[in-house]
Design a protein around this ligand. Structure first.
Ligand code: PHE
Length: 452
């Protein structure tokens, strides 16, 4: 069977285009919204340390594997897994890995879009001068906002609409153009925020919270969250990177590219942490404030700095675009499959996928207000969705990607696809993906259920 044809959905115009798109997928709310608040909830440095370790030992090898599978299969993750399993003479069940990814994508996007809606609303709150130097006022602004289901639905609808619009325009028209200028600008603005944080008085305290590990502060649940976040932030385990890999031209070096993407993603998360925690401590806020953390801290900075109105607006605009370049990759596996298997046009596929996600999103909207008391095992619906996807589905998906790439796919195929130099690099990757990454995921799970 020949699996080296081009994808029917198109191809990236260059390696740079892929780097931008994949970085666009990786860098998003996960780095700027989620990383700081879960770091705050899990006590800081030790959590950050475990997260970095997971990125290195689990995330990067699996990202290389997932990109490689995509490029070799050249289709939606569901069909890619089926084709590659046939090529390897393996069982017929591997396409279920693709299915789990599609479902995870819907579930993640359903809440991702709601939070991206918050960021969109904050663009206008900044523009209209609602930010202030007073922490209490900023908190009240946030609390009032999320208490209103109608407002949340409005912004969620707008964000989903934008996502569907970009995805409908396809690989080169929509996805590529959307990220070309936005990623670098976001980076520059974050550095500016770090500059502000340095002058805010609690810079040392913020840094030491982030980088001084106190291992007594973490437990099995923290380790699972850190590992889950490594998958979430690198967009792994649900087919996003696989489908982007399927649009990657054959001559591009996958491993080098992955290092650039993972490096940029980690840098953005750390910068966000360095910008936010000094503000938290300087204003006597709680690091463990939860999903509202950045919305309750950054507006204080914008409310008190010179030119804060402009910088605040720009920051949230860029955050929305960073979220948009991630959300399009969350839905792309489903859209690619609908086009391949259901004979729908890209536009029709987008409408259907978008409608389903939008409806699911209402669960998250209500879990912050009228449904806040609906709890299962003591968790809100939003928490459960987040836990189910980031802590369970993505690591399980990643585990099987590693197993497939390391154990099922023929070695000569992965060698041929990766073309790593020196040969020792390939050996190291193979060792990680065969043994270390799957074993690490497995041990973390065992640890959580209390077997270890
Ligand atoms: N990596 C994205 C972020 O950090 C979220 C994402 C997860 C995107 C999984 C695609 C797949 O915001």
């Amino acid at each position: 069977m020949t699996v080296t044809k081009k994808s029917i959905h198109g191809e990236w115009s260059s390696r740079f285009a892929f780097v931008l798109a994949a970085t666009g997928s990786a860098v998003g709310l996960g780095n700027i919204w989620k990383f700081p608040y879960i770091t705050g909830e899990h006590g800081g440095g030790a959590f950050v340390f475990v997260y970095l370790l997971c990125v290195l030992l689990i995330g990067i090898p699996i990202m290389i594997a997932e990109t490689m599978l995509g490029r070799r299969g050249r289709q939606s993750p569901i069909n890619t897994m089926q084709t590659l399993a046939e090529e390897a003479g393996a069982g017929v069940n591997w396409h279920y890995l693709g299915w789990m990814g599609v479902i995870a994508g819907f579930l993640i996007l359903s809440y991702y879009s709601v939070i991206a809606g918050w960021a969109s609303a904050y663009v206008f709150k900044s523009l209209t001068g609602s930010f202030s130097a007073d922490a209490m006022q900023v908190k009240a602004l946030f609390d009032d906002f999320i208490a209103s289901p109608l407002q949340l639905i409005f912004w969620h609808t707008l964000f989903m609409g934008a996502t569907m619009f970009v995805v409908a325009r396809g690989v080169q028209g929509g996805l590529e153009k959307a990220v070309r200028f936005l990623m670098p600008s976001l980076f520059v603005l974050l550095i500016l925020m770090v500059g502000y944080a340095m002058s805010s008085g609690a810079y040392q305290q913020g840094l030491s919270f982030l980088f001084n590990p106190d291992f007594s502060k973490i437990d099995a649940a923290s380790v699972l969250t850190a590992m889950g976040h490594a998958f979430f932030t690198l967009s792994l385990g649900m087919g996003a990177i696989m489908v982007y890999g399927s649009y990657l031209p054959k001559e591009v070096s996958i491993s080098k590219t992955v290092f650039i993407i993972a490096g940029a993603d980690t840098a953005v998360a750390l910068l966000a942490g360095i910008a936010i925690f000094p503000i938290v401590f300087a204003n006597n806020l709680e690091p463990s404030a939860g999903p509202g953390l950045i919305f309750q801290t950054l507006p204080i900075a914008f409310g008190s700095m010179g030119g804060g109105l402009i910088f605040g607006t720009l920051f949230f605009v860029l955050l929305v675009f960073a979220a948009l370049s991630s959300s399009i990759s969350l839905i792309e596996p489903a859209v690619a499959w609908l086009v391949e298997n259901r004979g729908l046009s890209r536009e029709q596929s987008c409408v259907w996928a978008g409608l389903v996600t939008w409806l699911l999103g209402l669960v998250t909207v209500f879990s912050f207000n009228i449904g806040a008391d609906v709890k299962i095992f003591g968790h809100t619906m939003f928490n459960l969705l987040d836990y189910l996807t980031a802590n369970l589905m993505l690591p399980i998906g990643g585990f099987f990607v590693a197993v497939f790439a390391g154990w099922i796919m023929q070695q000569r195929h992965s060698e041929d696809e990766l073309q790593m130099h020196p040969p020792a690099a390939y050996k190291l990757w193979r060792f990680l993906v065969c043994y270390i990454s799957p074993a690490a995921v497995f041990l973390v799970f065992l640890n959580v259920v209390g077997v270890l």
